[in-house]
Design a binder for this molecule. Structure first.
Ligand code: HEC
Ligand code: HEC
Ligand code: HEC
Ligand code: HEC
Length: 223
């Protein structure tokens, strides 16, 4: 028993070093590694599983479109979408991909509410709580196509080549293939939920590109 705990501690320390060094990004050791929450093994996940909080191989929740074998309780909030006088995109409404994120990040559903067992034990920290009012967040939930680019020529064409990540974990593609979901801007247009592509010493935030020079922003905005 004692040896078991010592081995677990060593593994945790090794994982912390891997995360600090900013080497190849992985889910393990990231903010989405629910084997630990805020550095502590949660009472609801003593066997320290990682994927099950979001996915299940069987009996998944098919109520959300584009949800891959989804296992987490889905938010029932209605969302207020971004507006601005200069925005050319129209018909903003929450898409399937973003709804999955907001099923923890709008603060209404507990992190440990999964597998069809609703609980209220552990909700998200205030720093990571985006809320249901998305008027102060980058616009999501709209089609990003050549028609939008013709209305807003400072946007790059969705067929433009972009590489996400770096080194061995880089992925070559286009804005459309690497950053859009069913042709739409969603949370994962900018974020990598599995942290696969975390790059650089400042690779926090689980974004798809390095922070330096705001490469993420200028991938789509020709500014
Ligand atoms: C915090 C929630 C969360 C956790 C934890 C998580 N996933 Fe995912 N996963 C998602 C979401 C959301 C998507 C939808 C695609 C996206 O947003 O990038 C996804 C997509 C996928 C896909 C299909 C698309 C792709 O990226 O290949 C696979 C396969 C997958 N996850 C496997 C896993 C495995 C294996 C684990 C555990 C090691 C895991 N996921 C942990 C949320 C999660
Ligand atoms: C099962 C609940 C859950 C789901 C689903 C989920 N997250 Fe998270 N996410 C968390 C928690 C919990 C944290 C903060 C962990 C902490 O405070 O240590 C977090 C942290 C983050 C962070 C901050 C990362 C950092 O390094 O500080 C980002 C960005 C993020 N999530 C984006 C997303 C996106 C995008 C999606 C959907 C594709 C998503 N999350 C889906 C629970 C979730
Ligand atoms: C246009 C790109 C973009 C989109 C779209 C986007 N984010 Fe982010 N998000 C970022 C960046 C950049 C950061 C800062 C990352 C860093 O450097 O730590 C961030 C930070 C976060 C954080 C950490 C807490 C904070 O406020 O800094 C969370 C949680 C998060 N995003 C969740 C989401 C969710 C959920 C969605 C969809 C509703 C979303 N993001 C959509 C770019 C984006
Ligand atoms: C995957 C592509 C993509 C990424 C990455 C991205 N954006 Fe955007 N952004 C868009 C699109 C598309 C719009 C909608 C433009 C329109 O409809 O006129 C938009 C809208 C905006 C707007 C609102 C414009 C308005 O008229 O109200 C701002 C500001 C903005 N983005 C800044 C950023 C910043 C800063 C980043 C980096 C953190 C970023 N964007 C990353 C695609 C992207």
């Amino acid at each position: 028993m004692k040896i078991n705990i010592a081995v677990k501690c060593m593994l945790a320390v090794l994982m912390m070093f891997a995360a600090r060094a900013g080497v190849a990004g992985t889910l393990a050791g990231s903010a989405h590694d629910f084997s630990r929450v805020n550095g502590v093994v949660p009472a609801w996940n003593l066997d320290q599983k990682v994927c099950v909080v979001c996915h299940t191989p069987h009996n998944s929740n098919t109520s959300v479109s584009d949800a891959p074998l989804w296992n987490h309780t889905v938010t029932a909030s209605s969302f207020q979408m971004y507006t601005s006088p200069t925005l050319q995109a129209t018909g903003l409404s929450i898409g399937g991909n973003s709804k999955l994120c907001l099923s923890c990040h709008d603060g209404t559903v507990a992190i440990d509410s999964f597998g069809g067992t609703p609980t209220t034990t552990q909700t998200i920290s205030s720093a990571n709580n985006i809320g249901a009012d998305l008027r102060n967040d980058h616009p999501i939930g709209f089609t990003y196509d050549t028609n939008l680019v013709s209305k807003n020529p400072s946007l790059r064409d969705p067929g433009t080549a972009v590489t996400i990540g770096a080194g061995t974990s880089s992925k070559v593609g286009t804005i459309a293939s690497n950053m859009l979901f069913a042709g739409k801007m969603e949370c994962s247009s900018c974020h990598d939920v599995h942290n696969t592509f975390t790059v650089g010493s400042n690779g926090s935030g689980m974004v798809k590109m390095a922070a330096a020079g705001s490469s993420l922003c200028v991938a789509c905005h020709n500014k």
